[in-house]
Design a protein around this ligand. Sequence first.
Ligand SMILES: C[S@@+](CC[C@H](N)C(=O)[O-])C[C@H]1O[C@@H](n2cnc3c(N)ncnc32)[C@H](O)[C@@H]1O
Length: 209
Amino acid sequence: MDKVRKTFDKWAQNGKAELMETEHEKNVLKFLQKIPFDKPFTFLDVGCGNGWVVRRISNEKKCRKSIGIDKSKKMIIQARKKSSNKKEEFIHTDIESMNYKGKFDFIFSMESLYYVDSVDIALKKIFRLLKPGGQFFCGIDFYTDNKATTKWANMMKIQMHLHSKKEWKVFFKNKGFTVNTRNIKDLENRKKWKREFGTLFIIGTKPVK
Ligand SMILES: C[S@@+](CC[C@H](N)C(=O)[O-])C[C@H]1O[C@@H](n2cnc3c(N)ncnc32)[C@H](O)[C@@H]1O
């Protein structure tokens, strides 16, 4: 079986999915609270883990549909167990082979995009799944500039694409996105990498033609 899937199947069962939720929550919510969500919208979370972001977003008044996908079947089972809002849906698929007819206003991903088999195919798919004017919010802690996090690759022993902020911006631009970035830091955190560099959010907007 695919090593990434196997690792996260384990994480879904040993409490690490909830640990990720706690670890990522502060910076993600700080980022999301700046998004107005003031018009009816649809939302997709790529690599949703236990589904915590999908659940937060489905509580937004204007949310019409909040979907989470994950290549780990066990993560999807956990996410479905925790779900109680009819606007939520969880699909077991990887982003590269996701087969979905609709298009989204917002696509989100936290600490997931660098685990994919092909960043190129994943970004192409995400671009296609967005409506014109739609936005992709991609949160990453593991990037070259954030030196302390780069050692995670040795600890995880699975494929993890390590790139710099500059390189990520180029990948997005090459797929047709206009790109902005934000670094969200947690100044009170005891972990140096959270204080000094923090989470890199790459914001890709699909132009309206
Ligand atoms: C580090 S976890 C982050 C989970 C969640 N976003 C969070 O913040 O708690 C990465 C997740 O991405 C999923 N993933 C990895 N590659 C994927 C792919 N190609 N398509 C969909 N999900 C993927 C993994 O199974 C895992 O659940």
